[in-house]
Design a protein around this ligand. Structure first.
Ligand code: C5P
Length: 223
């Protein structure tokens, strides 16, 4: 990335999983490591952007040069994102839980002989779709599509449904080693076409993506 490629820009990135409370001690989570989102935030900061990274619970250190906001649930993440706007670029790299449970305020007790509890799931807000439709929509809204089949077709569908400008699609099927791993094989899907990258370290994917985002922003402004 050229130094200063994103100078003067505000970039908001979501990263990591979300935790959805079941009761005060239990939660629903997913296997997102936050590696890709954190690498994107770090690369954008190196490119000169002011970066707000909103991340769920991860085992990673805060990337240097970023304002980092730690959240737990999808609803907390949405609130933090709304607080962080306006921005020039939004990158939704978090693995946001699709559903939550109506959390119990007290620990659910295991009673002798009682039936196992069951939970009704409630749909979480879609942060990416909400940012893409916000009245202060960032000029560039980028989503991720982690798929196990028909990666490109699903990404195209997601692009339209979520109203974003770009989808970074990748194959997370078992054996791909992408989820939680250090490498990613990404396809950049936009309304004008698909750009497929080789398998790269997540840091390298982040650098390429940041360079492309700077180019796309410049093109949009020239248009
Ligand atoms: O629909 P799906 O979860 O596959 O879409 C993935 C993309 O949408 C990612 O960019 C993810 O960060 C974003 N997303 C979101 N809020 C949700 C679900 C997904 O921002 N509730």
């Amino acid at each position: 990335v050229e130094p200063g490629a994103l100078a003067g820009r505000h970039v908001v990135v979501t990263s990591g999983p979300t935790h959805e409370a079941i009761d005060p001690v239990r939660y629903i989570a997913n296997r997102s490591s936050g590696k890709q989102g954190h690498a994107i935030a770090a690369a954008a900061a190196i490119a000169g952007a002011r970066v707000t990274l909103i991340c769920g619970p991860v085992m990673l250190p805060d990337p240097p040069g970023c304002d980092v906001i730690h959240v737990e649930s999808a609803r907390d993440m949405l609130a933090a994102v709304e607080q962080a706007l306006p921005a020039d670029v939004f990158v939704g790299a978090a693995a946001v839980a699709d559903w939550r449970v109506e959390a119990a305020t007290q620990k659910i007790k295991k009673e002798q002989g009682a039936e196992a509890p069951s939970f009704a799931l409630v749909e979480n807000p879609d942060i990416l779709a909400s940012v893409a439709r916000a009245q202060n929509r960032p000029r560039l809204v980028v989503g991720f599509a982690a798929e196990t089949t028909n990666v490109i077709a699903h990404a195209r569908e997601k692009l339209a449904r979520k109203g974003c400008d770009l989808i970074v699609a990748n194959d997370v099927s078992e054996g791909s080693g992408v989820f939680g791993g250090d490498e990613n094989e990404a396809h950049l899907v936009s309304p004008i076409g698909v750009e497929s990258w080789p398998r790269l370290r997540k840091e390298a994917v982040a650098e390429r993506l940041v360079a492309r985002l700077a180019e796309i922003l410049n093109e949009k402004e020239a248009a």
